[in-house]
Design a protein. Sequence first.
Length: 380
Amino acid sequence: MQFKLSDEHDMLRKTVREFALKEVAPTASERDEDERFDRAIFDKMAELGLAGIPWPENYGGIGMDYLGYVIAVEELSRVCASTGVTLSAHTSLASWPLYKFGNEEQKQKFLKPLALGEKIGAYGLTEPGSGSDAGAMKTTAKREGDHYVLNGTKIFTTNGGEAEIYIVIAMTDPTSKHKGSSAFIVEKGTPGFTFGKKEKKLGIRSSPTLELSFDECQIPKENLLGEEGEGFKIAMMTLDGGRNGIAAQAVGIAQGALDAATAYAKERKQFGKPIGLHQGVGFKLADMATKVEAARLLTYQAAWLESEGLPYGKASAMSKLFAGDTAMEVTTEAVQVFGGYGYTKDYPVERYMRDAKITQIYEGTNEIQRLVISRFLLKD
Ligand code: CAA
């Protein structure tokens, strides 16, 4: 057993940390306030190879693994959770299904520009009437000659509007639930594909979350991903890995809040000494640090399992569940350590607390993670 990261992983962490501090952190608070996505940050991430960390070089990637990818999401989220989820949705939700289920032509045409960061990816599964019950989707895709015609609405799409390539799950046979759905690659600019409401959110405010609308939207039959009827399976398998990307985001948010709280506890004096030396605060920091470390280990383990080609669905659901709950708890405690100042926008911990909440909700609520884990246990 080996708990030390390889030199390559250490180097990647160092590179992403430096980048995050120099290019992402300075505008994080202002982008949050203005709900502004900054494409230039993504472009700079692409220059470092971060847009395609786990993919082979012939598909535009840098040929690392899923551990490298979660380390990058963690380090970005440590200063800006919105930037972390941009990379997570791009990699796990859009690029992964193309890598796993795409044919060679689709990989060259769609995966490569994503991995190179020339384009951004997004994923459309959730609909107004189907969130946790993802199989109840209503969007349809009807085969007509050389095309599929899409009709329906997807909501809560991370990277929506900014992304050029969308993986969209739709019903090709509305009479049968899970086996009646298929996955499609839809390009921005396709006639009949438009963007609707942009959500105004509590947190991750500089990550765009949009509604996608399909009205008689014709896409070439070559854009079917995998086989007809495989849509639900592809969607679920995509989320298996995606959830660990969210776990990494949660670890990063929690670590960022812990860093801020620890620094403040050393510098802020009350009753004649730094507040960290009062047991009420010192013990809080100890509990926070322990939970962050446990969440990190679960997350790295799930990434390692996936990189090794071993089953990782249960591990991923566990990492997302534990890291999401940890992020919420640790960021709330960080605000408490800062007291009244923590409740203001003069310090970043209120943003971390707002950002943390979504990690318990998206890519399957933590209640759904418990359902997934319990099904594994009962099946075993
Ligand atoms: N891998 C492969 N196949 C899977 C699978 C997986 N992880 N999970 C289910 N399946 C297969 C099953 O084997 C089954 O296949 P058969 O019919 O051949 O037996 C089929 O799919 C149906 O499975 P279930 O009966 O388990 O399906 P269900 O309707 O009970 O749903 C669920 C299961 C876990 C609750 C699922 O609906 C789910 O994950 N819901 C949450 C959805 C979600 O996470 N949404 C987030 C969207 S993305 C997002 O958040 C936005 C963003 O941009 C970040």
